[in-house]
Design a protein around this ligand. Structure first.
Ligand SMILES: [Zn+2]
Length: 227
């Protein structure tokens, strides 16, 4: 069954489509409301970083979202490369989750130090772990209780219960989504990130899709049902 509202929370402007673009495009095609939150400004994602790169990456992420058939991402603007799962980030995430009121949240697995890829490994990123940890800490208990961030409640961001979490960027998946129908769209979305090394991005996405025993053509998640 397609959840009516889906929210993916990534550390960087390309993470949601890299790890879950096929699943997100599939949800959107089935009529779900799908959103993306990007925690950092992406300003260190290149040899010469800074504000110009952050602006460019934001535009790329907006084009990628359009390609996936979903609305423009929300950027929280935390510093790329320095993300920490602190209360400022948790508060931002509670606000955005309360705003979107999703049934399903997709997030980085905060425990991923590396992912085995055949004989080599794909190293995890500290921003990914921080984004995943802050999202888990936002979902429980902060999202549920008006005693957390009462000023947000006063602004209309009422407590909310997420029903299910799918952890992407995980070395221990237990849920595999076939993306044969959406793989092409995912690849076109990844190709929107022209400031990144697109052939490398596409190759890495294929390697991760192929890393687990179900074979290529799937995205892998760890599925946590909360209710
Ligand atoms: Zn990333």
């Amino acid at each position: 069954m397609t959840p009516p509202r889906v929210l993916a929370i990534g550390a960087h402007p390309d993470d949601a489509e890299f790890f879950a673009g096929g699943a997100l495009a599939g949800f959107a095609a089935q009529g779900a409301e799908v959103g993306i939150v990007v925690c950092t400004d992406g300003a260190r994602g290149g040899a010469t970083g800074g504000e110009a790169l952050a602006g460019r990456r934001r535009a790329e992420a907006e084009r990628a979202a359009t390609t996936l058939g979903i609305r423009a991402p929300v950027f929280l603007g935390h510093a790329d490369g320095s993300l920490v799962a602190d209360d400022a980030l948790r508060r931002d995430l509670v606000r955005e989750i309360r705003r979107e009121r999703p049934d399903l949240v997709l997030l980085h697995d905060p425990t991923t130090l590396w992912t085995p890829l055949g004989e080599t490994v794909h190293l995890g990123h500290s921003d990914h772990r921080a984004a995943g940890q802050a999202t888990l800490d936002a979902v429980y208990p902060r999202l549920l209780l008006a005693s957390f961030y009462p000023d947000l409640v006063d602004e209309g961001f009422a407590p909310w219960l997420v029903r299910e979490l799918w952890l992407f960027d995980t070395a221990r998946p237990d849920h595999f989504v076939p993306i044969a129908d959406t793989s092409e769209r995912k690849r076109r979305a990844l190709a929107c990130h022209e400031s990144q090394h697109v052939p490398g991005l596409l190759a890495a996405a294929s390697a991760i899709e192929s890393a687990f025993s179900c074979g290529a053509g799937h995205e892998a998640f760890r599925r946590l049902r909360l209710v």
